[in-house]
Design a protein around this ligand. Structure first.
Ligand code: SF4
Length: 140
C-alpha cells in the first residue's frame, strides 16, 4: 500500500505554497496528469505531486484545460515545457492538451511500464520507478 514518498510529506504541518501557474508557466516545466481512477492514473497523480515538491516542475489543473477554462488553456500554451503523464494508452491528458492546441514536449503512458489494475491502492516503489523514467527521459 502506498506510503507517500519522503518529498511529498510536509513534516512542518504547514502547506507548501506554490507559485500560481500563470505566473511561472513561461519558465516552468508544467506537469499534466490524467488522474485516472485506476492504479496507473493514481500513480501518475502521485508522480505529479512528487515532481512538484522536488522542484522538477509544477503540476497544473488538467481538468480546467478540459473544461475550456481560458486562463488554463493559455497557461498550457505558454509553458516552457509541457510534461504529460497518462495512465494508459487512452492518453486522456495528452488528448486534452492537443484539443486545447497546446504543444506537448514529453508524454508517457504508464501502462507500458506497469500493468493497469482497477484499484486505487498504489505503491511507493512504482511511483519512484516511473518518476525516475520521466525525469531522465524528459530531462527534468
Ligand atoms: S489515460 Fe487511462 S488511466 Fe488516465 S484517465 Fe484516461 S483511461 Fe483513465
Amino acid at each position: 500500500m502506498v506510503q507517500a514518498p519522503e518529498e511529498t510529506v510536509n513534516k512542518e504541518n504547514m502547506p507548501r505554497i506554490l507559485h500560481p501557474c500563470h505566473e511561472v508557466a513561461e519558465h516552468e516545466n508544467l506537469i499534466w496528469v490524467c488522474d485516472g481512477a485506476a492504479n496507473v492514473g493514481q500513480i501518475g497523480h502521485a508522480i505529479g505531486v512528487l515532481l512538484t515538491n522536488t522542484g522538477k516542475g509544477r503540476m497544473c489543473c488538467t481538468a480546467a484545460v478540459a473544461a475550456g477554462s481560458k486562463p488554463h488553456v493559455e497557461i498550457a500554451k505558454k509553458a516552457k515545457k509541457n510534461i504529460v503523464i497518462n495512465g494508459c494508452s487512452n492518453r486522456c491528458a495528452s488528448k486534452i492538451l492537443e484539443k486545447a492546441g497546446a504543444r506537448i514536449d514529453y508524454e508517457i503512458d504508464i501502462s507500458k511500464y506497469l500493468r493497469k489494475i482497477p484499484t486505487l491502492d498504489i505503491y511507493e516503489a512504482d511511483v519512484e520507478k516511473v518518476a525516475k523514467i520521466i525525469t531522465e527521459e524528459a530531462q527534468l
